[in-house]
Design a binder for this molecule. Sequence first.
Ligand code: PMP
Length: 444
Amino acid sequence: LEVNRSTVIKAYQELKADGLVDSHVGKGTIVLSQAKQAALPDGYINPLPWYQLFTETIAGSNDNIIGDIMAITGGDDLISFAGGIPAPSLYPVEIMREIQADLYRKTSREMFLHSPVEGHYPLRESISYLLRQRQIAASAKDTVILSGSQQGLDFAARIFIRPGDTVLVEEPTFFGAIQIFRSAGARVIGVPIDQDGLRTDVLEALLVRHRPKFIYTLPTFQNPSGVTLSLERRYQLLNLAYQYQLPVLEDDPYGELYYDSAPVPPLKALDRHGYVIYLSTFSKSLFLGLRVGWITAPPQVLAKFAHLKQMTDLHVNTPAQFLLDAFIRRGDYDNHIALLRQEYAGRRDRMLEALGKYKVPGTSWNKPLGGYYVWCRLPDNIVRHKLVANAGKRRVVFLPGEAFYPDGTQGDTHVRLNYTFVNPDQIEPGIKHFMQAVRETATD
Ligand code: PMP
């Protein structure tokens, strides 16, 4: 495991704050003896030894990859392929302003009151309209509104995982999910993927061996690989789920952002027996900052999500729900998605073109048909942290592949490149610098 300098410094600072070490410039850091720790002046109160109070699961989870990325994506001169953020220049700010003014004028004080725990009912209806477009037949009552799909992952972990349980995920998969399931005490086991998505041919052996509590899957325009699970494999996955009584947690933030034709239907649309729990979000189609997502699930499961919602934070903030509902009902959502499909297809093309133009031997990548990411294979002899440093010198950032693997040791053969966030004119220079860094690192 690699530990960076700032982590070590932070650890020393915490030990010092806990009164366990002392440091002096020129002398280094020493561990204070019990006697010295005890012989403190009158009236001195020992700082709380926080680290002894944390539970095992949270004490062991120090990696803050999401926070680190959020910090990175802020820099001015930086070309960031790292985040999974929609294009800021395309945010429908004017329309939102108009809707908001209208809402303030027309609605009574209702917009500032509590919403029901399950969510503002009209928004739940609007979501069933969006679901119908994805071929999912669900009524408003089948959905609970959440604070982003991240909250759905957290709730799923709290509902289903006992410490020591196994959860299956694609390998690679969304790092946030790995983090959440692990912090609930799960053993997270990866199922390999190929260009047609999850390898259903190896799934059965894993089901027999590990008896997982559920499988977490991103079947459409997967994060980070961009691949989509084929229709044939969707049926294979569902049939295995039925055979082994396996709940399927389907995460679908990207499915509607297709570039050519609509992708195959979500697992939820194909499931005839209520085995699929479906999660989605407005974060990738509108704004990350809204923090609005939802879950569509069988009634018994939905009741548990609603109960957790009530215990956790009562409901999603009411003004955001009113705003979104009006945006969908006016037809603005459909127009916006149409615009994103067109724009992101262009950005994807620019990235693929640039990758081809500056290609270094040993690199290869997929052509995503939707979503946010290119998953780029690196030459074999690349040392990942040197590549990050070399690209950083050229002011380019991306996400190293290993974050997406449950065991953390694999994945340094790949990097994830996002093309939705950067200014389109920066894509070519950014990829040029990225490939220069790859070349430099490979020949180092
Ligand atoms: N799942 C996946 C696959 C994601 O990529 C993300 C966002 N990076 C999330 C869930 C969380 O999204 P939200 O903002 O809705 O919590």
